[in-house]
Design a protein around this ligand. Structure first.
Ligand code: 13P
Length: 279
């Protein structure tokens, strides 16, 4: 009963749910067209029908923030669709920490901003596995905030640390490193808790563990001066489990890998989130 009240309290406070996709290194530019040509008409049909018949409030739809992080090569086409359907925003999956210069192969915050991409993922475990350090992640976050851009900071423990119950220790270290000396614009940072063992495995984190860990992350963020910390969950999210994560009352949305590649599955997660918020 106490738990129920607690969750209800959190839900009433919930201003936004982030439904975010990370395509990783998938989809050629041509695939971008077929993805959005399916997603956008169905999204609009759902919103028009449900808001017209009163099933879903327009204010609920406005609380859903839909962001898809695409490969750089897909941004041109993805942006055309995002310009046409303003409910969808395009993000980068990574960024460099300088704005210009001799950095072969890199893309800067300023470059992204110039094409209206105002958000980037930083510190994804797949990039950390390629050698990205806490210090580099910290520099990238600062570079994005300097350009008034938004950050999706990924943190998460590996299977070994999970088994050894080191999760919170690992997350604290990752947060300390990533957020070092960041004094303002904290509201532009969303944290994504992505346990590495749950990514792409179909083995999603249990709702109770996700709830406990995300509560912990939020408490650490509050200690660092965040007034209203936003934390999403990522790791084998799909249309079957998404509502249960939201029902924990502490999760502000999702960072979705595999299920974001399929427009129907992505839309289902969006609809689940709308229904949850609308209750
Ligand atoms: P999956 O949804 O495929 O597990 O990937 C999660 C992820 O890494 C999102 O950034």
């Amino acid at each position: 009963m106490k738990e129920e009240q607690e969750n209800k309290g959190n839900k009433e406070k919930q201003e936004k749910i982030y439904v975010m996709g990370n395509w990783k290194m998938n989809k050629l530019p041509g695939d971008v067209l077929s993805f959005f040509d399916k997603l956008i008409p169905n999204l609009r049909k759902y919103i028009n029908e449900k808001t017209k018949n009163g099933d879903i409030k327009l204010s609920t739809i406005k609380k859903l923030e839909t962001i898809i992080a695409v490969p750089y090569i897909d941004m041109f086409y993805a942006n055309l669709y995002a310009n046409e359907e303003k409910r969808i925003k395009i993000a980068a999956q990574d960024v460099f920490y300088k704005n210009e210069g001799s950095y072969t192969g890199e893309i800067s915050p300023m470059m992204l901003k110039s094409i209206d991409v105002n958000t980037s993922i930083v510190g994804h475990s797949e990039r950390r596995a390629m050698g990205e350090t806490g210090d580099i992640i910290n520099k990238k976050i600062k570079a994005l905030l300097d350009e008034n851009m938004k950050v999706i900071l990924c943190i998460g423990e590996n299977a070994e640390d999970f088994k050894k119950e080191n999760t919170k220790k690992v997350l604290k270290k990752e947060l300390d490193e990533a957020l070092k000396d960041i004094s303002d614009k904290k509201e532009d940072i969303i944290v994504a808790y992505e346990p590495i063992w749950a990514i792409g495995t179909g083995e999603s984190c249990s709702y109770d563990i996700a709830k406990d860990v995300i509560k912990y992350i939020k408490s650490e963020m509050i200690k660092k001066g965040f007034s209203d910390p936003k934390v999403v969950y990522g790791g084998s999210v799909n249309s079957e489990n998404s509502t249960s994560y939201l029902e924990t009352g502490v999760i502000d949305g999702f960072l979705i890998g595999t299920s974001s590649l399929n427009p129907n599955e992505f839309l289902k997660i969006y609809i689940n989130s709308a229904k949850f918020l609308n209750k």
